[in-house]
Design a protein around this ligand. Structure first.
Ligand code: GCU
Length: 339
């Protein structure tokens, strides 16, 4: 099929890219170096946490295993990379939840608006095996993909090249979304024209006027320098996003049981480090946005809220979806946090 031909070409490309990069930086000296694909810059918390993961892994396995993070989509955009992990050409990757939904609809409830109140609620759910345990293993046999855990994307907001106070201001505006039915419906419900595109292409598209805006968290807005080309940041808080960290099961199977235990332990430590970084880096990003002259606009929840809520209802297709959605919303960790 067309898809597998493209997949093969991409895998071959990634393999030669890995070979070319291997040793050039010379920092990771482990016997086996895991490749980790990321679409963020080297200043993003995901890069910092995964780099730390590699260091811990190398120490913990006495140099048998290490990891190198390939930043800035250098191994491909997430939609291609998830395929490369399935094929075993890339060992690990950070994959935004809508891309996982494209592999299996079972992941969809976790992408919906309203499921998570905030990042703390989300982090607690991700550690609760009774909720995510089975789901995270559900692609191991069919796709060679194991979900190790997640990194929060925080609250996502809208940003544009003109001020936005209500859905009327979004009429005819082309807003970039991730390649996802949920995000397409969400941005349409909010009043704009959704344009699916890979993350790494957004800056240029905003600059060229192909897009009028996009939506993301403060850290991405700043690390991607989108504030330079879309300076109105509207606090729509449309959902709390989630990145999964995935690994190829075939790769994990090459480790001894002891090393695999160390691997999982290092990942937990990296995840905790990420949580700390997320808070401090978000505060820093807000300062940077302000200094750079971005306009941060509050919105009353009643302005976009009803449109956002309608999307969650529209996408809960099965009884299992409803069950997962409700279980998460009513989780222990959600108690006491205001919606
Ligand atoms: C966030 C998220 C990425 C995702 C990106 C996007 O930055 O962390 O994984 O790819 O949003 O909007 O595409």
């Amino acid at each position: 099929s067309r898809r597998s031909v493209l997949g093969f070409a991409a895998a071959a490309g990634a393999a030669s890219m890995l070979a070319a990069c291997g040793g050039a930086e010379g920092k990771v000296s482990a016997e086996h170096v895991l490749s980790i694909s990321l679409n963020q810059t080297e200043t993003h918390p995901s890069y910092l946490a995964l780099t730390k993961f590699g260091e811990l892994l190398e120490k913990g396995t006495s140099g048998r295993w290490g990891a190198r993070v390939y930043a800035n989509e250098s191994l491909g955009a997430q939609q291609e990379v998830i395929q490369l992990v399935a094929d075993g050409a890339v060992d690990m990757a950070v994959i935004s939840s809508p891309q996982m939904e494209n592999l299996s609809l079972r992941f969809r409830p976790l992408n919906l608006p309203g499921i998570f109140i905030d990042s703390d609620h989300q982090a607690a759910v991700l550690k609760d095996k009774s909720i995510v345990g089975e789901l995270f293993e559900s692609l191991v046999e069919s796709k060679n993909i194991r979900v190790l855990g997640g990194f929060t994307q925080g609250s996502r907001h809208l940003y544009t090249n003109t001020p936005v106070a209500s859905p009327d201001d979004l009429k005819g505006k082309k807003i970039r979304v991730q390649e996802s039915d949920v995000f397409i419906a969400l941005i349409r419900a909010m009043g704009a024209s959704p344009t699916p595109m890979a993350y790494g292409e957004v800056y240029t598209a905003l600059q060229a006027g192909v897009l009028d805006g996009a939506e993301n968290n403060e850290i991405s807005y700043v690390t991607q320098r989108h504030y330079e080309v879309a300076k109105y940041f509207t606090l729509t808080n449309h959902l709390v996003g989630l990145d999964y960290v995935v690994a190829g099961e075939n790769t994990l199977a090459k480790m001894s049981a002891d090393d695999r235990g160390v691997f999982l332990d290092c990942f937990t430590k990296a995840q905790d480090y990420f949580v700390r970084l997320w808070k401090t880096e978000t505060e820093k990003a807000i300062e940077t946005m302000k200094e750079a002259g971005a306009t941060i606009q509050e919105t009353d929840p009643s302005v976009f809220g009803p449109a956002i809520d309608s999307v969650a209802e529209q996408f809960l297709a099965t009884a299992e979806d409803e069950e997962l959605y409700t279980k998460v919303r009513e989780h222990e960790a959600a108690k006491g946090i205001a919606r």
